[in-house]
Write a protein that binds this ligand. Sequence first.
Ligand code: KG4
Ligand code: ZN
Length: 402
Amino acid sequence: MRVLGIESSCDETAASVVEDGFRLLSNVVASSMDLHVQYGGVVPEIAARSHIESINGVVDQALTEAQCTWDDIDAIAVTYGAGLGGSLLVGVLTARTLAITHEKPLYACNHVEGHVYANFLTEIAEGRGEAESLRDEKSSLENYKLPTKQPEFPLLALIVSGGHSQLVLFRDHFDYTLLGQTTDDAVGEAFDKVAKIIGLPYPGGPSVGKKALEGDHYKYELPKAKVTSVSPALQEIRKRFVQKSSTSHAPYSIPPTPKANGFSYDFSFSGVKTAVLRLCQQLIGEDHTFPSKNIAERLTEVQKADVAASFQRIAIETVVDKAVQAFEEFQPASVVIAGGVAASPELRKQLSERLPIAIEYTDPKLCTDNGAMIATLGCFHMKLGRPTADPYTLDIKPNLSM
Ligand code: KG4
Ligand code: ZN
């Protein structure tokens, strides 16, 4: 089974072909990032126009690189939400047209679920006979470092991107509970905003990460938000789990056992972002009325590096604290990280140090938006006989949630 995946929810125009839900045959991403850098963030109108210009070429290239013709494609999967309206429209209308012209089933995919499914792409042919797996031992594209096996259920997913910060417990494919999410900014968004304050380029995740390499991670004490909201879905799932506790947290500053029942898996990042702003104003000897856009030019390179390192440590520690607590409470068989911030070496390091199970992280190229995650999710829609979308009516859902 081969699925063509199309993704255009933000500034990346992407298409990919995935076979059987694990084998990556092609992955083409055209980004309009260069056009947005000068504005310090994605401009929706510019993103939509660039999708129109590149989408046909991107789809053609994905088929060519996978050495496929339309006859080899069994279905089309497309992101229909969440995302920017104009951007989503281009991908969805393209997929609808292709599904009609080439008479292929169409699957409507949730972007955030897609991020999780990037982790199902593997290097070795899963579940195949010995002879077959020997024949194509290196089964996916060669320039990707992929896990050797697929994650198992129950699966804990930490989804951290520019638009989302969520902890989700999957009991099985398409059967999951949202344990917690951000109540304000997403973690990637906080990275982007902090980058802007200290004069680093967009996107902030990689630029803050790079600057942090030169800085002192413990130079400034920044706050971790205390969120107390517990959703009805979390209360419900808690009734079904018996809690065990085993993980060591040293040297991180959180209580050694989860405060089950009262413990919240929601996040908040607006407080730490404001704390960075106030800290920077203080470092240049100004008060809270000083405009944030004029701060960077007055900070020294050492101050910028120390702010980047201190912020990165606390922001990543905040999401890892919750992931570790959720691991202890629900004892999943696997843990995956997904979304743009999952490319962060600091996140990978902290999680590996603190979780008692080994995690096979996927290639950073599959953490930011791509078509492969949507093609993989599409394979599972098809494999499990889930409903197809009507190519004549499928609409976008910019606010689609998990
Ligand atoms: O998943 P994504 O490409 O788009 C959304 O769905 O939002 O995530 C983009 C976010 C941006 O906020 C960016 O700063 C962050 O992911 N990001 C990173 C890295 N690469 C991208 N954050 C930390 N480290 C990275 N290497
Ligand atoms: Zn994304």
